[in-house]
Design a protein around this ligand. Structure first.
Ligand code: ASC
Length: 130
C-alpha cells in the first residue's frame, strides 16, 4: 500500500470524497453560491446515484476501526443503526437524481435538503469532529 493507513480507511475516504465532490456543487447551486446549471446538476446527481449503488458498507468491516480514523467506534457497536442511516443516504441521493430530472428548482432544493440531512444524521453520530 501507498501509505500505512488501514486499507479500508482509504477506501471509505475515497468513497465519501466522491460523494462530497458530487453533492457539494448541487448544494452550492441550490444555495445560489454557484450558477445554476441543469446539465451539470443532472450529471452530479447521476454520479451520486451511481455511487449509492456501491456497497460502501464493505468499507467498514470488523477490525477496521484502527489508527487515526475519524470513523467512531460506535459504528461497529451499532451496526444495524449505521446500516439504516447508510440506507437512508442511498435512498435520499436516488430520490435526488429523480428530482434533478424534473428540472423543478423547488423539488430539487427539497431533495437536496433531504440528502444533506441524511449525510448529517450519520456524521452527527458516527464521524468524529477531528
Ligand atoms: C456536503 C458535504 C457533507 C454534507 C453535509 C450536509 O456537501 O460534504 O458532508 O454536505 O455537510 O449536512
Amino acid at each position: 500500500h501507498l501509505d500505512d493507513k488501514e486499507p479500508m480507511q482509504s477506501y471509505r475516504q475515497s468513497y465519501f470524497t466522491l460523494l462530497a465532490m458530487n453533492f457539494g456543487p448541487i448544494g452550492s447551486m441550490v444555495k445560489g453560491e454557484m450558477p445554476w446549471d441543469d446539465a451539470k446538476l443532472n450529471l452530479f446527481a447521476g454520479d451520486l446515484a451511481a455511487l449509492a449503488k456501491m456497497d460502501v458498507s464493505r468499507a467498514f468491516p470488523p477490525g477496521s476501526d484502527k489508527g487515526t480514523t475519524r470513523a467512531k467506534p460506535e459504528i461497529w457497536d451499532n451496526k444495524d443503526d449505521f446500516e439504516a442511516k447508510m440506507q437512508d443516504m442511498r435512498e435520499a441521493v436516488t430520490a435526488l437524481q429523480v428530482a434533478a430530472g424534473s428540472g423543478d428548482k423547488k423539488i430539487i432544493a427539497e431533495a437536496t435538503g433531504a440528502a444533506g440531512e441524511a449525510c448529517k444524521a450519520c456524521h452527527d453520530e458516527y464521524k468524529a469532529k477531528e
